[in-house]
Design a protein around this ligand. Structure first.
Ligand SMILES: Nc1ncnc2c1ncn2[C@@H]1O[C@H](COP(=O)(O)OP(=O)(O)O)[C@@H](O)[C@H]1O
Ligand SMILES: [Mg+2]
Length: 254
């Protein structure tokens, strides 16, 4: 059975998509069967894997509209060893369209029933807002992984996230906070270091040991349509994501 992990934080620009994409690709390179789900109409994950959203036949939109059909019909293979259910702008209209459906937060969970038996990891990349897609992601997941950018106001986002998790636990009682990752850390600055220290003091073992540094190669790789492990395998960003992936494997196994 797959470990279903959703990256969660209802704030953009914290490294959710970068983490989903790179951890997914590294897990796949280590031999795991990995499915990535792009739930963001902006389709950053899809584009980051070199797929042009305007060319796809099916997206997470069709998956959410027809959850009884599973995900295989919309799944693409990529040159990076991960499978992908891509997103496109169709998804932007789905939120309103699905609002009247029964059990509308459980659509993705239902759609993933078969995929759960076929993959070792399913990683979900939700949009940066607390809407129906994020609720679907958290309702489908076993654990939420929280990327937290070590900035002065990073803490303000955590209480919001805890409220979300409490809400989702009413739908999905098994949901855990699987871990917190300090992302886009400016290690050279006192602020970056001191915020990271505070996060570690407050959340202890929930925080992964690995810190993801601010690294220009990580910012460039999506435009090339490649994960960091392919675009710049020797970069500090690639090394950090390899270390984080080792920790995730140690926590969840295969
Ligand atoms: N460690 C990093 N160093 C430099 N740039 C990064 C890093 N992580 C993410 N980025 C860049 O920051 C932006 C936001 O990251 P992204 O993963 O898309 O965040 P989110 O999905 O939470 O909105 C993107 O342009 C991405 O390429
Ligand atoms: Mg994103």
């Amino acid at each position: 059975m797959a470990h279903v992990l959703s990256f969660a934080m209802q704030k953009g620009g914290v490294g959710k998509t970068t983490t989903a994409l790179n951890v997914g690709a590294i897990l796949a390179a280590k031999g795991a069967r990995v499915l990535l789900i792009d739930l963001d109409p902006q389709a950053n994950l899809t584009q980051g894997l070199g797929v042009d959203p305007s060319t796809i036949d099916y997206s997470t939109y069709e998956v959410l509209v027809n959850p009884e059909h599973g995900t295989a019909f919309a799944t693409l293979t990529t040159p990076f060893g991960v499978d992908l259910v891509p997103a496109n702008l169709d998804l932007a209209g789905a939120e309103l369209e699905l609002a009247s459906k029964v059990a509308r937060e459980q659509l993705l969970r239902k759609a993933l029933r078969e995929a759960r038996t076929q993959y070792e990891y399913i990683l979900i990349d939700p949009p940066p807002s607390l809407g129906l897609f994020t609720l679907n992601a958290l309702a489908a997941a076993d654990a939420a992984i929280v990327p937290l950018q070590a900035q002065a106001y990073a803490f303000r986002a955590m209480p919001q996230l805890e409220v979300t998790i409490d809400l989702v636990r009413e739908i999905n009682p098994d949901l855990m906070i699987g871990g917190i990752v300090c992302t886009i850390v400016d290690a050279g600055t006192n602020l970056g270091r001191s915020v990271e220290r505070q996060i570690r003091t407050r959340y202890g073992d929930l925080v992964f040991q690995t810190t993801i540094p601010r690294n220009v190669k990580l910012a460039e790789a999506p435009a090339a349509g490649e994960p960091i492990s392919s675009y710049a395998p020797g970069s500090a960003g690639a090394g950090a994501y390899r270390a984080l992936t080792d920790e995730i494997e140690a926590r969840y196994g295969r």
